[in-house]
Ligand binder design. Sequence first.
Ligand SMILES: NC(=O)C1=CN([C@@H]2O[C@H](COP(=O)(O)OP(=O)(O)OC[C@H]3O[C@@H](n4cnc5c(N)ncnc54)[C@H](O)[C@@H]3O)[C@@H](O)[C@H]2O)C=CC1
Ligand SMILES: O=C(O)CCC(=O)C(=O)O
Length: 527
Amino acid sequence: MPKVLVSDPIDQVGIDILSQVATVDVKTTLSPEELLQVLPEYDAIMIRSGTKLTKEAVEAGKNLKIIGRAGVGVDNVDVPTATRMGIVVVNSPEGNTIAAAEHTLAMMMSLSRFIPAANASLKGGKWDRKSFTGVEVYKKTLGILGLGKIGSHVATVAKSLGMRILAYDPFLTAERAEKLGVHLVELEILLREADYITLHLPKTKETAHLINADRIAIMKDGVRIINCARGGIIDEVAIAEAIKSGKVGGIALDVFENEPLEADSGLRELGANVILTPHLGASTEEAQTNVAVDVAEQIRDVLLGLPARSAVNIPGLRPDVWQKLKPYLQLAEMLGNLVGQLAGGRVDTLNVKLQGEIANSESQPIVVAALKGLLSPALRERVNFVNASIEAKERGIHVTETRDPSVEDYSGSIHLTAHGSQGEQSVTGALLGKSEIRITSINEFPINVAPTHYMLLTLHRDMPGIIGRIGSLLGNFNVNIASMQVGRRMVRGEAVMVLNIDDPLPSGLLDEIVHIQGVTDAFVVKL
Ligand SMILES: NC(=O)C1=CN([C@@H]2O[C@H](COP(=O)(O)OP(=O)(O)OC[C@H]3O[C@@H](n4cnc5c(N)ncnc54)[C@H](O)[C@@H]3O)[C@@H](O)[C@H]2O)C=CC1
Ligand SMILES: O=C(O)CCC(=O)C(=O)O
């Protein structure tokens, strides 16, 4: 049984799903050092925001096949390192959208009416009504930075509260904003006009300290700011100063530059207009069930050899698309392996041509499968669907894609051409029925061969006796031939022969075959 480590608190429903296929260890109090020590034992790890999978930690996970983040943000995972190591990283893009949006709205209302401070005052024995006169959100302007899933839900609810909504999101189309009834504006306009500003962006190089002293300076006096996205998007020093000076009327933070927030953080000292929650945006029963199921199912599937539906470092495929493409992925991988072996030396260009019924299919998974096959003789199990593109890029392999729906010899076929240090080689393959793989051409010579583990290929002149001589030579070395095919374009012209052989070719035999008169080249292929 594979082993899964659950290193943050996860809903039991997720553990139950993982237990169907794996031994599950729940260890939610590991120190970073302990995590490094235990990681090599595991095939998968499931985390929330508590566990930091740094470069060092990911590299320690030598047997990891998948990292499951039960939530949205994967900024606590070194995704590039995982990708290089061929580890799938999955998240739950929608499981906690509503929870985070509702937490944001609760923060906005709490800021407007001082609910946390009024509650603390009353419980502290006072009946103070004067200190807590609030403001209404009705007819106020809400500026949303990042109009993705959470930002959009906040916009929808805030509109129904009678707010005017401005949004800044350079990656969003005007049509989408219009549909939501939101005015898409430049950042500066939003900052100048908003009474409330709420952040719903990922933390990236571009968004780090997006809210800083200079930008705070152009905001309306008394603006209220909410951050339920990621710590570090707001400069905490600058915002604390702006609260103290009265420039900013209130802040509500669920996320912090360092989590857990330091015990002596100056933010804890600020007054009734500062609300802090310990990263609770996703902490609802519903969201925790959603993300646990979503991510545990993906870990289970990947451990069973199935694709993940929301991988952040490989293209996700819907199950129905996966079912249709699966045999073609196997075909592409076999052809990539074959053309790579024929090319022999370094390949610098691979052209992937999709023909017939798959000409209009999503090409990326097929290209990745072909690259995996191409690189597997060199990299063996170190190359997989996650890292094949990166490995190819690092080796300077340029990939081109073409499509030809008019090729109708087979319902769908894949043609690969590899160009490299030893010239150009090409192969075509197709499916017989739904899933039986056939090699249908080699270097444009038509054949129809079922690939086997060991094959001998010759390029030779089509002339009497040559096949017999090759056959006798193999017989002399006790190599059994399972089947044989010759492809030629014209009688007594150039031809290709493919022999499916039961045994590996003894060393030295290939040299003897190449020296037979009429043979121009010969290759041993191991698939
Ligand atoms: N506090 C919590 O517990 C939770 C926090 N989150 C965080 O909330 C944030 C938003 O999550 P979702 O809405 O699910 O993500 P999303 O991917 O649906 O939306 C993010 C939006 O930000 C936009 N964006 C990216 N870079 C930008 C930039 N430089 N300037 C302006 N807009 C930019 C994108 O175009 C996208 O529309 C993420 O940081 C996520 O990690 C999510 C769930 C719970
Ligand atoms: O796991 C959590 O509770 C935090 C959720 C979160 O921040 C996210 O999904 O991005």
